[in-house]
Design a protein around this ligand. Structure first.
Ligand code: FAD
Ligand code: SIN
Length: 569
């Protein structure tokens, strides 16, 4: 099936975003370059430094800004007395709707208890019961209470604080804030570092024996998202330009419950609120998940998000309501201090009235293809955290498994990167090389209203590549995105806002194309025109590289390995 749109425009998808000559730029040298300072990047940096490597961590904003610091509910690990990694793995596979890689699930989930120990050693203070055990809660799709949390509903802020403090113990770790990675430097089949731009000084080359991509997600592609401003899919687009395939990009997760009041942005109301007993009702007070799934409000996220969208349509409402009025308000305030403060700020009396909520874009399930250790197909490059696709999440991520994946795979990537750096250093293989790249643009747009284009892209993704999809909307989205790429990528930008917009357009193209081609519904990908799951045709991963996108050729199909028997949704 030939995808819609005018092929000719996609020649603007180039292998680099900007012209440069390495000989004319300032250089830096490091053993391991880590791009990103969330849980994945900082876990990698710490592991690499513990193994003796010199590490440089760069982040495009301040170090603490990213999804990690915004995480609320917690981190999943089978450590409760009634729990076992096998049960956690089973729940993960069930949510993953037939696309989890069973061996990867067992491996990463099995490493969860050790990852928690590492975080505690690094200084993370998880909440505990009066008896001193870790306090555990439940979230959607989990059959046991296994979510560790911190400061009630501010788990990510505590993890980020502790990891940022911990890296200061290592002189070997240096950090660069406000440093935007533009492109990776693949040379003769291995990654030699990255071209970066630093606020105040411009472009530089960072030469690294090993590079770890930990750039997070892409929620900013959508009009409504829980994600911070940093989540523009830069790492995904960089990897694609470096020749790597992106896998499972049609699977984007929408979180069911974000606060819906004017002026509140789209602040997340953690699933743990439902885990503690809050229920979802429509404007008439009907508990609409009754009869939809046996777990009702704690069904997998895709099920809850779709039920909300359907209910909003049926009740002609812009929202549904999270009712916590039956919970003890003193307990609620203690357990959810951040959400309580948010409700107070917007005059919502959660003890007496339900909280207005609706779904928004939340988590990039697909990403750069890696093994469970974060290794990519490009020597010298690892990817971890939300920008990577290990096969753990399948078609739908189980809540609180992403911080876990970032911690486990981040550490492994950092360790492996340090090993490579040591061996290259011992071989004396440390020379910089001449790289020149010239971008040839055909369009001579005097000016591009980036804000306008960004908003148009976000609206298109939200309406046409959102919770519910259909061929008509997807076709329209693809045609628009390709048109925009035709002129917005065929020009040379000079600053991070311009490069980030080009990255977003690139990632949007892959998402829309993957969603258009998958003519079935599975996990987070729901097609109104193909509402059934079709295991015979579609129980496989699909990976797009730059060539497949440019010439409309079919993507690579990869069957699901291992013993995954498939989930239910
Ligand atoms: P991030 O923490 O997003 O960090 C990305 C880093 O990359 C940042 O430092 C950023 O500056 C940097 N970066 C990006 N692009 C560039 C570039 N071009 N150049 C240089 N640096 C760059 N998951 C859970 O498991 N449990 C939860 O309770 C939970 N709650 C969540 C709540 C919210 C509101 C959100 C948004 C997400 C939540 N998630 C949760 C998901 C989880 O937080 C993320 O998947 C995870 O934190 C991602 O970590 P990361 O290290 O991959 O990326
Ligand atoms: C939440 O707290 O509901 C978000 C958890 C997650 O995204 O894993």
């Amino acid at each position: 099936m030939r995808p819609p749109g005018a092929r000719g425009r996609l020649v603007a998808l180039r292998s680099k975003l900007t012209s440069f000559a390495s000989g004319e730029l300032p250089h830096r040298f490091t053993d391991v370059l880590v791009i990103g300072s969330g849980i994945a990047g900082l876990s990698a940096a710490l592991a690499a430094a513990e193994a003796g490597a010199r590490v440089l961590v760069c982040a495009k904003a301040q170090l603490s800004l990213g999804s990690t610091a915004w995480a609320q509910g917690g981190i999943a690990a089978a450590i409760g007395p009634d729990d076992r990694p096998a049960l956690h793995a089973r729940d993960t596979i069930e949510a993953g709707a037939g696309l989890c890689e069973a061996e990867v699930v067992e491996d990463i989930i099995g490493a969860a208890p050790e990852a928690i120990e590492h975080l505690v050693t690094a200084g993370v203070r998880f909440d505990r019961t009066p008896g001193g055990r870790f306090a555990l809660t439940r979230e959607g799709g989990h059959s046991r209470a296994r979510i560790l949390h911190a400061d009630g509903d501010q788990t990510g802020r505590e993890i980020e604080r502790a990891l940022l403090e911990r890296i200061t113990d290592f002189e070997r770790i240096r950090t660069l804030e406000h440093t935007f990675a533009i492109d990776l430097l693949p040379v003769d089949g291995s990654c030699r570092g990255a071209l970066v731009w630093r606020e105040g000084s411009g472009c530089e080359i960072v030469w690294a024996h090993a590079t770890v991509l930990a750039t997070g997600g892409a929620g900013q592609l959508f009009r409504e998202t829980t994600n911070p401003s940093t989540a523009t899919g830069d790492g995904l687009a960089m990897a694609l330009r470096a020749g790597l395939p992106l896998r499972d990009m049609e699977f984007y997760q929408f979180h069911p419950t974000t606060l819906y009041v004017a002026g509140a942005g789209r602040a997340l109301i953690t699933e743990a609120v439902r885990g503690e007993g809050a229920i979802l009702v429509d404007r008439s007070g009907r508990r609409f998940l009754e009869g939809v799934h046996p777990l009702r409000e704690l069904a997998p996220r895709d099920v809850v998000a779709r039920a909300i969208v359907r209910t909003m349509r049926e009740t002609d409402d812009t929202q549904v309501y999270l009712d916590a009025t039956h919970l003890d308000p003193i307990f609620f305030r203690r357990r959810f201090p951040h959400i309580s403060a948010l409700c107070d700020a917007f005059d919502i009396d959660f003890a007496h009235e339900p909280i207005p909520v609706r779904p928004t874009a939340h988590y990039m399930i697909g990403g750069v293809v890696t093994d469970p250790n974060g290794a990519t197909a490009l020597a010298g490059l690892w990817a971890c955290g939300e920008c990577a696709s290990t096969g753990l999440h399948g078609a739908n991520r189980l809540g609180s498994n992403s911080l876990l994946e970032g911690a486990v795979v981040g550490r492994r990537a950092g360790q492996a990167a340090a090993v490579r750096a040591r061996s290259l250093r011992e071989r004396g293989d440390t020379r910089p090389i001449e790289i020149e790249h010239e971008v040839v643009s055909h369009h001579r747009l005097p000016q591009l209203d980036r804000t306008d284009l960004q908003r148009s892209l976000q609206a298109t993704l939200w309406y046409d590549v959102g919770v519910e999809r259909h061929a008509t909307g997807l076709r329209q989205a693809l045609e628009r995105i390709e048109r925009w790429i035709g002129y917005a990528l065929d020009r040379e930008e000079r600053d991070p806002a311009g490069w980030a917009l080009q990255n977003q357009l690139t990632v949007a193209l892959v998402m829309a194309r993957a969603a258009w081609e998958r003519t079935e519904s599975r996990g987070a990908h729901f097609r109104l025109d193909f509402p059934q799951r079709d295991d015979e045709r579609w129980r496989l991963h699909r990976a797009f590289d730059l060539e497949a996108l440019r010439d409309g050729a079919p993507p690579r199909e990869v069957s699901v390995q291992g013993r995954d028997e498939g989930g239910a949704s």
